[in-house]
Design a protein around this ligand. Structure first.
Ligand code: CA
Length: 242
């Protein structure tokens, strides 16, 4: 007989505030998840060894250490379980460091529970989308009036061809392949420029500006490539908000 614990995808919440842990459990269970709460890093490590998780919601300030260490550990052993960071720290550095260690998104405490469930759904949708793109790398990405074709490296905006440089195309493909995901400028330098030579963060800004001028109906109020202040950029897909 299959055990009941195998029946629903499992979310691990690493959170030492019992009320918040319970609140997350109460709100995520109705979405079809089994939710375990680990109050510290030690029990989180054990819980992660015990079974596969579709998502880890990770508080950073824990009684036995820093949640960022767990994030680093998972990515170092090539475990790409999606991670949503919760932080009460006002400093933007934590968010940037978290994303650079491979976290998928972050929420700043206090947050509305609706915001949390929306982020959780968006992360899981992105994982699905990324999987389908990997399965079919030739698949065109269609977002609103924007069509990106990885095979021909062609881009059209409302049916009009946009003339992108190779770097602008690579930048757009990276962002659009992971809609909703926040990329720091350093990550984009690594992914698009191969972390090469003296490329600087302002290189990324300049390319984003040029890309916007070519694909955005109104570059001053971007529809596709959004700025995440103090952090970087994210590609906006209206479908991820449904
Ligand atoms: Ca805490």
């Amino acid at each position: 007989m299959p055990t009941a614990t195998q029946s629903h995808p499992s979310v691990l919440v690493v959170e030492d505030e019992p009320d918040l842990g319970r609140l997350l459990q109460l709100n995520l269970t109705p979405l079809g998840f089994e939710v375990d709460v680990a109050p510290d890093l030690g029990s989180a490590r054990r819980a992660l060894r015990a079974r596969e998780r579709v998502l880890v919601i990770l508080d950073l300030t824990l009684p036995d250490g820093d949640g960022l260490d767990l994030c680093r550990e998972l990515r170092q052993r090539q475990d790409y379980t999606p991670i949503l960071i919760l932080t009460a720290r006002a400093d933007e550095t934590d968010r940037v460091v978290g994303l650079e260690l491979g976290a998928d998104d972050y929420l700043v405490k206090p947050f509305a529970i609706r915001e949390l469930t929306a982020r959780v759904k968006a992360i899981l949708r992105r994982v699905e989308l990324a999987r389908s793109i990997q399965a079919d790398p030739d698949k065109r990405l269609v977002v609103g009036g924007l069509v990106v074709d990885p095979t021909s490296r062609g881009v059209t905006v409302d049916g009009q061809r946009a003339e992108l440089t190779a770097t602008e195309f690579d930048l757009l493909l990276q962002l659009a392949s992971n809609p909703g995901r926040v990329y720091t400028r350093t990550q984009l330098l690594d992914l698009v420029w191969g972390g090469s030579y003296g490329a600087q963060e302002h290189t990324v800004n300049a390319h984003v500006n040029r890309l916007r001028a070519k694909i955005e109906p109104d570059p001053g109020a971007p529809r596709y490539v959004h700025t995440v202040w103090g952090v970087g950029y994210r590609f906006h897909d209206p479908r991820a908000e449904a």
